[in-house]
Structures are given as C-alpha cells and as structure tokens.
Design a binder for this molecule. Sequence first.
Ligand SMILES: [Zn+2]
Length: 387
Amino acid sequence: MTIQIQNPIFVPRVLHNDFSYVNYRNYEMLNFAANYFHMSTIQIQSLLNTISSKTKYLAVDPRTPIFQFGGHSNRPTYRILRYAIPPNRTLTSQNFNGQFTTQYTNDVVVEQRQHSNNIIIPPYFYFTDDNDTWFNVNLDCANESSKIKNTGENILMFVLFDCTLLLRPQALTSVSNHLISCNVDGYYLVAADLDPLTINPTFVYGYQSLVSQLAATKRPVIVAQAGKLGLALIASGAAGYAMGFSKLDSIALNTFRQGGGGGGQANRYYFHNLLLPVYKKNSDDIAGTHAVSPTYPCNCGHCGGKLPTQIASKNRTYHYIDFRLAELTALAGLNRQQTQAHLKKLFDNAYNLSLATHQELSRQQPFSGNALPSSEFAHLGVIAQCL
Ligand SMILES: [Zn+2]
C-alpha cells in the first residue's frame, strides 16, 4: 500500500487552536504535532475528537528535532512523549548506535500508532548536507521504521535540511540519491530557515531539482512551509504543499530551540489573484485599488463584499482555505506540462497585478505604496521566471 494522492493537495499544519478550520472541511492529509495529544485544554479535546474523521491521512509529527536542539526543556507536553529526552539534555548523533536507533525508532512509531493508523513518520533530525552525521541518522531511522511497518501503514519520511543545501547541486544530488534508496512511501520536505520572500533563482532551481529527482520514484513528495514556492513546485512533480491554515509559511530552526509551535494572530487577508496573504492593516488599501477591482472586496460567502478589516478573523481564514484549495482543484487532472504552463501563467499574472497595485498605491496622496512594498511580491516574479 502506498500513499494515494490523485491530485495535488494542501496539507494543513494544524495548531492546537485550529478546531474550526479542521472541522470546516474534509482534507486528504493533516499534519498534527504529537505533543498536542498530551495537552489538556477544552479546545484541544474537541480537536482530538474530530481530527481523524476529517482527514484521509493523519500525519502525527513526532517533532524529534526539538530533542536535538533542546526546545523541549520549557515545554511540558513534550516530556510525556515516550521518546522524550530529560529536560536540559539533548540528543547527539553519537547517541544513535545500532541498538539505540532501533529502540528510539520503535518508541517514536509506537507513540504515533496511538493516533494514526495509516502514516508513520520516522524520527527525523536537522542536517546540513550528506557529510553531516545527522544525515546518516535520518537514513538509519527511516530504514528501521520500514522494518516494523504494519499492513496499511505508509512511511512518510520527513526531511529537515538547511536551506543552503539547495544552493549546492552536488551535495543535493548525493542527498537525493540516498533518500531515494530508503524504503519509504513518501517524502515531506522542510527547508529550515528558507525565507520564501527573499528567494533567488538558485534556491528555486535547487528545490525544483530535489523535488523532481524524488518525484521520479513515483512516491509522493510534499513541500512544507516554503510559502508559495510550495505551490510552484507542483510543476516539478510535488504531490502537494504544506503550511498552517493562516500562518507558518516558513520554518525557522529557532522553533526547535525555543519549543514554540507558532503563536500570534491570523491577522492577514489573502488576495488570491495576487497569490499574497497581506497583513490586515494594509489589506483595505489594496482592496480599494482599481488594479484588483472588481475582484475585491470579495463576494464569497465569508467576505460578503466587506472590506478585509471588517471581516472576522475566522472568516478571513475560511476565505484563505477556500482559495488555496481552488488553486489546487484547477490543477486536477492536468499532466506535468499543462501543470507547468498553468502555474507559470498564474505566477506571472500575480506578479504583474501585484506590481500594478503597488504602482497605483505609490501614486496616491498621501503615499501608500508601503501597503504593498515590492519586498512582499518580488518573489512571485522570481518563481514565474523559473517556471
Ligand atoms: Zn472571500
């Protein structure tokens, strides 16, 4: 049995207060952190009761890098996990000799089996390149997992790499060759410290190469927390992309040092024809430009023609979810060439419209070009150029 993904998917990375968004629709796959199952708030209980009925595949993220960086020390829910390391201690790659690797992998798998019956994520750890001893630990844990896989379970290998690996073609090819040799059923790629808004073409070409090499195995490849680059990489064969319902567009290594899962407010509004989630305080200015009119203010059931700041936070997120899923529905049934052509046009249009919006705002008195500065949309042009 392999992971069955027919058309490209959006994989929400669910936070503990996301009950409404999980409950809102049915999903192909959800990613939910293992430690959340040990929280005891009322919010989390309704989420836990619902989550498995709302998704075909449930990926219970073991969050093992937190034990590599020590972020678990100030997070009690991590201490209850059966593979937890005591506070103020961390794992090192030297810990992973044969017997420890087998036992640790087993503990991580057993913990996940309490919550998911179809996805197994091997222990995974941050690495910089193929010479990093942590890289070998990742490969060993993946292979140990495959030995204890049950019928109906799929091994989804999480690959957490330093984003600068994307800039080094030789190291990248070596890494992907080793990943391909693992006996797993899919890949979930996370480029740590990648800033989706400042990517240059070298990053994009590197990621395209990694995704297309892995996708050639016919195993599904999910690109996580890479902003809109995740959507663009479907043109290279990715089966989908992952991020939060309203945030978590990227991932900083500090998350694993500090133990945080991503706080803050969902204070953005999604302009689907610009492919941009924009901070709420700037969104009314943008919605009022001739460039995006008549599409905004949006008339969908959640927005009801109101200006973005007049829409409740939850409705703004439902609007964002709907449009992201619609972008993927438009790719359903397209072959690789058609997908690439479609996405190139989508990103080209989004860039041109963003530029026109920026120029219109810049001409206004008083100057309001800062509502959509070029630093917020330049990456769309970079991606379009690489497609
Ligand atoms: Zn709307």
